[in-house]
Design a protein around this ligand. Structure first.
Ligand SMILES: [Mg+2]
Length: 171
């Protein structure tokens, strides 16, 4: 691997990796001065393509809110699907082609009333969720996807993600 390649690899690493959102310690986030959590929907809190919310994820979201943390959903999904989750969870949502672009995260932070240093991003994809967060200096947490059923282009990205993440594990 040449120097340029290594630099890109380092840039796209998440700050933390967990099996699911429920493993994220909310007390620790508060201690670090985090006031707002931006959360991806598909494969992070819901199985891909399903209008169904993972029970442990819903419980974690409820706990976050009861501790006074703000939560905003951020999804590249279309409006009707995104709004279904927003209504079901009683959470604000920023949707459309918003990741990995900075403006999507900025909109979510405006909703939350937070800045990059008081926000975390939680999602299952390196090239959307994590990359966008990195571009703004937002602490990023990568979760393992809830289900294997995904768009073909996402499956292709997964192979590359595994390559990049595997590289770090080896070093
Ligand atoms: Mg996702």
């Amino acid at each position: 691997m040449d120097r340029g390649e290594r630099r890109k690899t380092v840039l796209i690493q998440p700050d933390m990796r967990v099996a699911g959102v429920w493993e994220i310690d909310l007390d620790e986030l508060s201690h670090r001065g985090i006031a707002g959590i931006i959360v991806d929907i598909d494969n992070t809190i819901a199985p891909w393509g399903a209008r169904d919310i993972s029970a442990p994820a819903a419980e974690w979201l409820a706990q976050a809110r009861s501790r006074g943390l703000g939560v905003c959903l951020l999804t590249n999904n279309y409006h009707s699907r995104a709004n279904w989750f927003a209504r079901a969870l009683g959470l604000p949502v920023v949707c459309g082609w918003v990741k990995p672009w900075r403006w999507g995260y900025r909109r979510a932070m405006r909703v939350l009333g937070t800045r990059p240093d008081s926000t975390v991003m939680v999602g299952d994809q390196l090239f959307t969720d994590i990359l966008g967060a990195k571009r703004l200096g937002i602490y990023s947490i990568l979760v393992s996807p809830l289900s294997d059923r995904e768009l073909p282009h996402t499956r292709l990205k997964r192979r590359f993600e595994r390559f990049l993440l595997g590289r770090r594990d080896d070093s």
